[in-house]
Design a protein around this ligand. Structure first.
Ligand SMILES: O=C(O)C(=O)Cc1ccccc1
Length: 305
């Protein structure tokens, strides 16, 4: 039977994202302790896919995920899923807020609760955990932490009490997850797709960033994410993580990719897949598929083909 890997244990936001995948219903769900393990499962073929957090509306890009996608060859994103994230501060029964000095929390969660922590626990120390559920579960074992940041509702699964609810800085916080696989089969084009790319710029000369952006702009392709990440081999070298509106089967996107392929010494196609919000992509009629195919037919005709 097919296996899907996710950051566990059960009850994490990552599991909530996997619950949104119809194909994962009835499959084996493998809970792993970190994102590296989830990627390794996909690479080894142990799992057909892994659900992985890639971006949070407050904390920004999950850099470990972006870097893994840049460094591990032959991975494809086949879907994206949005999960609203709500956090509570929990502790073992009887603990009072004034007893709390050490808080166990996943770094992405911790980064979203600063205002509440600064106001209510200004002297606290932080111990990072591998996931939000692991943070709460650890309180029930021998733990140096007195409290944990956990997904709202955790008290129905673990014997912990809520000391404070909804402690996130922003009540509308959302995390974007991606389903990562090794398949090269492209998801169908839907009209509300997104294409994810990682792009290196050519050697140091003026204007290369603009040249990269022009590949999209001159074909009417809108970008929804652009983030730079250090390549890591020397100071000051960056690659760009990009999400562009549209599918590789859209002529304007295919044309932009051909331009990027000629221009970039390192271009990684991470996949074309439906947007989680299913918002249809609008584009001016001068960038419609027919405009590109007409131009190609005109050239073919001149060439006598
Ligand atoms: O720990 C979890 O519940 C996760 O799924 C990872 C995570 C951590 C913080 C915000 C969103 C997802």
């Amino acid at each position: 039977m097919e296996t899907y890997s996710y950051l566990g244990p059960a009850g994490t936001f990552t599991e909530a994202a996997l619950k949104q995948v119809p194909e994962a219903e009835g499959a084996v769900w493998r809970s792993v302790n970190n994102v590296g393990e989830a990627f390794a499962d996909v690479v080894s073929g142990r799992s057909v896919a892994a659900m992985i957090a890639i971006e949070n509306s407050i904390e920004g890009g999950v850099t470990a995920t972006q870097d893994a996608l840049a460094n591990i060859p032959n991975l494809r994103i086949i879907g994206e899923y949005l999960v609203p994230v709500r956090f509570d501060l929990v502790a073992t029964p009887g603990t009072k807020l004034e007893d709390v000095t050490i808080v166990n929390a996943h770094p992405v969660a911790y980064g979203q609760c600063h205002s509440w922590l600064d106001t209510n626990l200004p002297h606290h120390g932080h111990i990072p955990s591998s996931s939000n559920v692991a943070a709460a579960a650890s309180l029930l074992e021998s733990s140096t932490a007195d409290a944990a940041i956990a997904p709202a509702g955790i008290e129905t699964h673990y014997a912990v009490e809520v000391l404070a609810s909804n402690i996130g800085d922003n009540p509308n916080a959302v995390t974007r997850f991606v389903l990562v696989s090794r398949t090269t089969a492209l998801p169908e084009s839907t009209g509300y797709d997104k294409t994810s790319l990682i792009i290196e710029l050519p050697e140091d000369r003026a204007g290369t960033l603009l040249e990269m952006l022009e590949q999209f702009a001159t074909r009417g392709v809108n970008l929804s994410l652009i983030q730079s990440r250090p390549i890591g081999d020397s100071m000051g070298r960056y690659r760009f993580v990009i999400d562009a509106d549209g599918h590789i089967r859209d002529e304007r996107m295919a044309d932009a990719l051909l331009g990027l392929r000629r221009f970039s010494p390192g271009l990684i196609f991470l996949g074309s897949y439906p947007r989680a919000d299913r918002a249809l992509i609008a584009h001016p009629s001068r960038y419609a598929d027919e405009v590109f195919t007409d131009a190609r037919a005109w050239l073919d005709n001149l060439l006598g083909q």
